[in-house]
Write a protein that binds this ligand. Structure first.
Ligand code: GAL
Length: 409
């Protein structure tokens, strides 16, 4: 017998029936007291928040690291501030068995038990694979096993999949040695759509994060292959130049983001040690202005207070998570960004992005961000109301740092 969602899909001929399906699912859940899993439940309505193992643990990540991260996410207050997904990146993969089922490697002996543990903390588990035969680290990818892997992930209780292009490039070359770019793009889209369909077929809501480094203007077609988020750039590094280059280059992509589908300028580096606190505040602020996924990439079990204060700044998180889901844009030189918020408010971030060692004064003209007359201004890092101001606001910004404001009439 088809599930309720399956029935709705058959009747309405659509895969995505968010409101009807979500409402019916809720009603049935209330009636039966059971969780009703339905892929048509809207996913990533606001940019996903959580953590990913890659930036800090890289290839050495273990089951114990992931459990410790879940514990720390709760103990630090990050979960209560909105961080939800605990995502294992590459290097969890072991061998396939005779039936083709993928298993965790020696450091991940029991994925189902790990998922249960993460869920018991009120969090969700993410995992990683590739449309190629091999992941970027040379582990088993999902090529030829898409449905099997999706089913395995769903059976383990996975809630998020990062699907990283990696060796799929080789499949593309094998298929078309002349490497026609149009054909390559078509193959890539097909591979991403295939895994999306496999996830849909599991009837488990799994956020779909695609990673192919922004090739082929992915923001234009990401939603069509079912992606909830797509990486817009190559890998971030824990240094200011890399972070600033990636973050500030997002200008112009704002029209492609919205509830359920987000530009992903890669994970946070906050707390990893390669930048100053001001520079990490810049990353947190810029990512919030961009309505970017907020996936911490540090060792949560060893955070100092400054790192915590940056990752758990609820006023900045509220900008990222604002329900309008509008990605902010650059409104003026040198780097003044504005993001419309619900209720008519606006977030404004002023960055001193040049890496000389000078703090510098900058002036925000309120009319440049759409405000005439008196305006309420609040500083989101100082956690301080600046009062009702008129005309402009001048402030000195530390080198590599930011002043982030909320403005409203
Ligand atoms: C890269 C990806 C990184 C990380 C790494 C793992 O392609 O951009 O974020 O996932 O692979 O091998």
């Amino acid at each position: 017998m088809p599930s309720l969602c399956g029935l709705l899909r058959m009747l309405m001929g659509k895969r995505y029936i968010p409101s009807v399906c979500a409402t019916m699912a809720l009603v049935l859940t209330l009636m039966s007291g059971q969780a009703m899993l339905c892929q048509s439940v809207p996913l990533a309505v606001t940019p996903p928040m959580g953590w990913n193992s890659w930036n800090h643990f890289g290839a050495k990540v273990t089951d114990a690291d992931v459990r410790a991260t879940a514990d720390a996410m709760v103990a630090s207050g990050m979960r209560d501030a909105g961080y939800t997904y605990v995502n294992i990146d590459d290097d969890w993969e072991g061998e396939r068995d005779a039936q083709g089922n993928i298993h965790g490697n020696i450091r991940f002996p029991d994925m189902k038990a790990l998922a249960d543990y993460v869920h018991s903390k009120g969090l969700k588990l993410g995992i990683y694979s590739s449309p190629g035969t091999k992941t970027c680290e040379g582990n088993a990818g999902s090529y030829g096993y898409e449905q099997k892997d999706a089913d395995t992930f769903a059976a383990w209780g996975v809630d998020f999949l990062k699907y990283d292009l990696c060796s799929y490039m080789d499949e593309m070359k094998l298929h078309d040695p002349k490497q026609d770019p149009q054909l390559a793009l078509a193959m890539m889209k097909e591979a991403y759509a295939k895994m999306h369909q496999a996830l849909v077929n599991t009837h488990r809501p799994i956020v779909y994060s695609i990673c192919q480094y922004g090739v082929g203007s992915v923001w234009e077609w990401g939603p069509k292959v079912g992606a909830n988020l797509w990486r817009t750039t190559d890998d971030i590094r824990d240094d200011y130049r890399s972070m600033a280059l990636i973050g500030f280059s997002q200008a112009g992509l704002e029209t492609f983001a919205g509830p359920g589908h987000w530009n992903d300028p890669d994970m946070l580096e906050v707390g990893n040690g390669g930048m100053t606190p001001d520079q990490y505040r810049t990353q947190m602020s810029l990512w919030a202005m961009l309505a970017a996924p907020l996936l911490a990439g540090n060792d949560l079990s060893k955070m100092d207070d400054v790192t915590k204060s940056i990752l758990i700044n609820r006023e900045v998180i509220a900008v990222d998570q604002d329900k309008l889901g509008i990605q902010g844009s650059r409104v003026g030189p040198p780097q003044i960004w504005m993001k419309p918020l619900s209720g008519g408010a606006k977030a404004v971030a002023m960055f001193n992005y040049v890496t000389d060692d000078e703090a510098e004064p900058q002036t925000l003209q309120f009319k440049d961000v759409g405000f005439d007359g008196p305006v309420h201004v609040r500083d989101l890092w100082a956690h301080k109301d600046l009062g009702v101001l008129e005309g402009s606001y001048t402030v000195t910004i530390p080198q590599g740092g930011v002043v982030m404001l909320r403005l409203w009439h």
